[in-house]
Design a protein around this ligand. Sequence first.
Ligand code: FAD
Length: 396
Amino acid sequence: MIHKFDVVVLGAGAAGLMCAIEAGKRGRRVAVLERAERAGKKILISGGGRCNFTNIYCQPEHFLSANAHFAKSALARYTPADFIALAEKHHIAYHEKTLGQLFCDRSANEITHMLEEECRAAGVKIRLNVRIREVQRTDEFFIRCDGDEFHAPVVVVATGGLSIPKMGASSFGYDLARQFGVKIQKTRPALVPLVFGAGDREQYCDLAGVSAEVLAGCGEQRFRESMLITHRGLSGPAILQISSYWSKGKPLRIDLAPERDVTAALRDGGARNIAAARAAFQGVLPKRFATRWLDLHAPAAKGAKAAKDTWSKQELDELERRVHEWVVVPADTEGYDKAEVTAGGVDTDELSSKTMEASKARGLFFVGEVVDVTGHLGGFNFQWAWASGAAAGRSV
Ligand SMILES: Cc1cc2nc3c(=O)[nH]c(=O)nc-3n(C[C@H](O)[C@H](O)[C@H](O)COP(=O)(O)OP(=O)(O)OC[C@H]3O[C@@H](n4cnc5c(N)ncnc54)[C@H](O)[C@@H]3O)c2cc1C
């Protein structure tokens, strides 16, 4: 059977639903085709089930992209305040957890219900369990699915990235872009735990579960948040954030005691030995981690004799320097299985920053995670999904 629409949106995630709502409100006949058995599945698991749906401090600096300016226009035209107003209209209770991150008080379910309700009100048809076999174009687009064919002059690709293949993530959006001659920036897992090499794993991973507030850096980028030791390496907000800037072979520089002078007491007349250092470090870092880190990094730690060693001022200065610059070279990331998002994607040079339309393929739009715009941790990725979805929905 053939169905004719003004706009067909591929993918009923955050970006696709927002796009459909905005287009539907403008009187467009919109269909959303979704492969899964329900809309917005990733929204449901997001933010630990409470969906960190935006961040009130959202700025273009919170996004990575080959073109740092691309996201500005869409972000300025659909702001956190716009999404908050929508949530409030639907009586969704929310709170700021930390650093401007807004979460639902009750459940992420409320966000998907809200989006579905808005779709209904705008006359949008959502089709679930759809297998898209082929997308072709003559004077308009033809989307061939099992049994049905959808015709429309406009197709919006909102099929997300590669993260969490268990939930059905695939390269569909990137493949479609290539099919229409639209370039892709190399994709990689982002907001993802990092894996130690064998040596570091042996030295630290029995401490799995230990966390500390650190300043994690890679290149010019720094994040001050908590770090967690896992069974395979490092995680926690600071590491997830910095992972988006990390690539194989690069060192991480981790300040384990930001703005603290850990060895001050030792330098100012106290004992200058491992016992005094342990006491000082344990006041700043979790006990087991402080002990382990010192065993591995204290100057000239000479086994049983170490307790009696007295360190020079230079040795103490070096110890202080090292605690503020623990250099770790991760072996890898945990990959797309554990990545919250996919960095890279549809090259923004190929898209209008105002409408998200591909310049080489008129009528074809890309929104959300499939585009080479990746937010920091903290509600920024949903804000990009809402903003890019709205930008396309207001133009199609
Ligand atoms: C565990 C987890 C927690 C997260 N928590 C947060 C958070 O709290 N805050 C935040 O800002 N971000 C969070 N994110 C990131 C956020 O979920 C994504 O950035 C966002 O969902 C991207 O929206 P999207 O619409 O582009 O893609 P998606 O939400 O992935 O939606 C894509 C949709 O397209 C469908 N689809 C895919 N291929 C096809 C096809 N061939 N045919 C039809 N349909 C298809 C998919 O089934 C899916 O429904 C989290 C991610 C994960 C994995």
